[in-house]
Design a protein around this ligand. Structure first.
Ligand code: URA
Length: 433
């Protein structure tokens, strides 16, 4: 294989064969193809795109660049969901134990937050002692005894993606649907799930701003998953407003626990049930979606999903007493309330602004090596359409100092628009695939 010929082939809009893609990725992974040639190919893909077959071949090659976890022979169906990330998205913390309570095995490998979107690992690590760095053998053991486990990315799963993602980040080649698809799918497939459900966020604070782009990504993920023999479904959901009434780390875990206790905000509960329903129906645990929604609501009401969460926390050495006593979570140094300047209806809560506020309060990272404050964040967040009185609380800001919390008051106030008339109700679920 002459590497530059393949770059030229893609540059000129031709279709690469499975073998050409496989050899390119293998060469990049073992260091024989340098970064500059991979960057050139990524840019050619960015401009020329890839067919579904090429994207599937790229995904497969990246998945095979490292270890693959096998659940062959397991009696429980193995399933997972992936979200493209948003503000206040604590759904994995609800869905993994809920799906486990329904009889699925959920081996979940999650990421950390970067920029304005939070990460499941950072949230979970606000539970004192919770270990996100299990060996693969230990991870599988926890999935077997609990039904779910959530850990961080290991070095050995899809290493070509890790290398390529870092390269894309500095070469302007992140927003390419085939490259995003291969990146997301290679990690998910290496983790071993037979069924995958995608929550593709769409809106102001999402990776995909327009419905058209979100639909294209959802279609690409589902098509490639099916081409590689997985059962796949996707939901496109609104990310103009934050999900739920909290954004941060410890505050989001508390809200997830409330949802697992049968309460929680309606949007969080609705999406958790909907995505888990898709996972269970695709995995043949329940025969159809309405039946699944009803059964899953029952597992939230009767404590079965909460019991799985508690068991997972215990197995991963976390202090499960936090579930009954929220004061055991990291506590903020100061809390400041944001109050409404006028009465009316909450017209919108700008998710992007809330994400920036959380980041500046210390709850997020600007660079991968930044240390985050797990107690920092926002809670009691007003919901779109809610009626508020003048002086009513729109949200509370938590930070390590009163000075830091007060420095964010103006931005936080600007995130909430109040109007005299109720706004049009937002559609949380925009489309199903
Ligand atoms: N998330 C990923 O894992 N990869 C991408 O390319 C984009 C989002």
């Amino acid at each position: 294989m002459i590497t530059q010929w393949l770059i030229e082939k893609k540059r000129d809009g031709a279709v690469l064969s499975d073998q050409e893609i496989r050899e390119f990725i293998a060469g990049y992974n073992n260091g024989s193809i340098p970064d500059y040639q991979m960057a050139a190919l990524a840019m050619a893909i960015f401009f020329q795109g890839m067919t579904a077959a090429e994207t599937a071949a790229l995904t497969d090659a990246m998945m095979r660049s490292g270890d693959q976890i096998s659940f062959d022979g397991w009696s429980r169906p193995v399933a997972d969901k992936h979200s493209t990330g948003g503000i206040g998205d604590k759904l994995s913390l609800v869905i993994a134990p809920l799906a486990a309570a329904a009889g699925l095995a959920v081996p979940k490998i999650s990421g950390r937050g970067l920029g304005i979107t939070g990460g499941t690992l950072d949230k979970l690590e606000s539970i004192p002692g919770y270990d996100t760095c299990l060996s693969i053998a230990e991870f599988k053991r926890v999935v077997e005894v609990v039904g779910c486990s959530i850990i961080g990315q290991t070095e050995s799963l899809a290493p070509a993606d890790k290398k390529l993602y870092a390269l894309r980040d500095v070469t302007g080649t992140v927003p390419s649907i085939p490259l995003i698809t291969a990146s997301i799918m290679s990690k998910k497939l290496a983790a071993g799930a037979a069924t995958l459900v995608f929550d593709v966020k769409c809106g102001r604070a999402a990776f995909m701003k327009s419905q058209q782009d979100a639909e294209a990504l959802a279609k690409s993920l589902v098509t490639v998953g099916r081409a590689l023999d997985r059962k796949c479904g996707a939901i496109i959901t609104n990310m103009d407003q934050p999900l739920g009434r909290t954004a941060g780390n410890a505050v989001e875990v508390i809200e997830a626990i409330e949802t697992l206790k049968g309460g929680g905000p309606p949007d969080t509960r609705l999406l958790a049930v909907e995505l888990t329903a898709q996972m269970t129906v695709l995995s043949n645990v329940y025969p159809e979606l309405d039946n699944a929604r009803e059964k899953l609501a029952g597992l939230l009401e009767n404590g079965a999903a909460l019991a799985c969460f508690r068991h997972m926390v215990e197995e991963q050495k976390g202090d499960a007493r936090v579930i009954d006593d929220y004061t055991r979570f990291p506590q903020p140094g100061a809390t400041v309330e944001i109050r409404a300047a006028a009465e009316g209806f909450v017209r919108e809560v700008n998710a992007e602004t809330i994400g920036r506020v959380v980041l500046q309060l210390g709850g997020g990272r600007r660079k991968t090596e930044d240390v985050i404050d797990r107690a920092a964040g926002v809670d009691s967040l007003a919901q779109q359409g809610q009626r508020v009185e003048k002086g009513g609380v729109l949200m509370r800001l938590h930070a390590r100092s009163a000075e830091l919390a007060r420095s964010m008051v103006e931005s936080a106030q600007a995130a909430v628009m109040i109007s005299d008339t109720p706004p049009q109700e937002r559609e949380l679920i925009i489309a199903l695939n």
